[in-house]
Design a protein around this ligand. Structure first.
Ligand SMILES: Cc1cc2nc3c(=O)[nH]c(=O)nc-3n(C[C@H](O)[C@H](O)[C@H](O)COP(=O)(O)O)c2cc1C
Length: 216
């Protein structure tokens, strides 16, 4: 990693498959630095519109029991094997950091505060990568579960920006296709139609827009 230039690193970075994240995770001083770098993001108005919940060691199992409870409450007919599987999600990596977005009172737009939480997630991933660890930024069902949020002690008004899974990567993820910039970039001249990326990505795989507002 250290021999790569920042640009080379950014050009080749990829998320790790969560199944490839193994021990060891970051030690205490690495974690401290990863979190410090995580907070070094643009934050218009200096609200710190985010906070962190660190799951390590036995806390992952303990929080996993809350996943089980939340899943069972929201899916009452679930088989025991499925509940067991859900309870083990945080055990997939040595370290899981939940980044929580909290919009704070003030004159700056809420949207900017939410974007800042996304920047924190990405910065934490990059910081962990810079320390040689693999990362995966996941939401999964529990990010949107009011039951899990409440069991974990997170205010109903807050949102999980991401669960960042961090560990030593056992195998590198293959390259994936990247968007064609010609569909996304308009060199504005006041006349041409804007390129809005409609032909980018996999059409039809997102949520219908009406469901989006329900998700956030
Ligand atoms: C906000 C956010 C939430 C995500 N949630 C999930 C998820 O729940 N499940 C999943 O399989 N991937 C999820 N992903 C995608 C993974 O992070 C995925 O590994 C990543 O997009 C791969 O791209 P990369 O290699 O360029 O990082 C999410 C990504 C983002 C930005």
């Amino acid at each position: 990693m250290s021999e790569l230039s920042v640009a080379e690193f950014l050009k080749t970075r990829r998320s790790a498959k969560v199944s490839t994240l193994q021990e060891p995770g970051p030690n205490a001083s690495q974690l401290q630095e990863i979190l410090e770098i995580g907070t070094r993001v643009p934050d218009h108005g200096k609200y710190c519109p985010w906070y962190f919940i660190v799951l390590q060691d036995a806390a992952r199992r303990q929080a996993g029991n809350l996943l089980r409870q939340a899943y069972a409450a929201e899916n009452p007919d679930s088989a025991e094997a499925k509940l067991e599987l859900e309870s083990e999600r945080f055990l997939r990596a040595p370290l899981v950091i939940a980044v929580v977005s909290r919009v704070r009172e003030g004159k700056h737009p809420q949207w900017e505060q939410i974007l800042s939480a996304g920047a924190v997630c990405y910065n934490i991933c990059l910081a962990a990568n810079a320390h040689g660890f693999g990362t995966n930024w996941l939401s999964e069902w529990y990010s949107f579960s009011p039951t899990f949020k409440s069991l974990l002690g997170v205010d109903a008004q807050d949102h999980f920006a991401g669960f960042l899974y961090i560990g030593t990567q056992s195998e590198k993820n293959e390259e994936r296709e990247r968007p064609d910039l010609s569909n996304l970039v308009t060199f504005w001249d006041g006349q041409s139609q804007l390129k809005t990326g409609e032909t980018c990505g996999m059409p039809g795989t997102g949520y219908p827009l009406a469901q989006w507002s329900a998700k956030i």
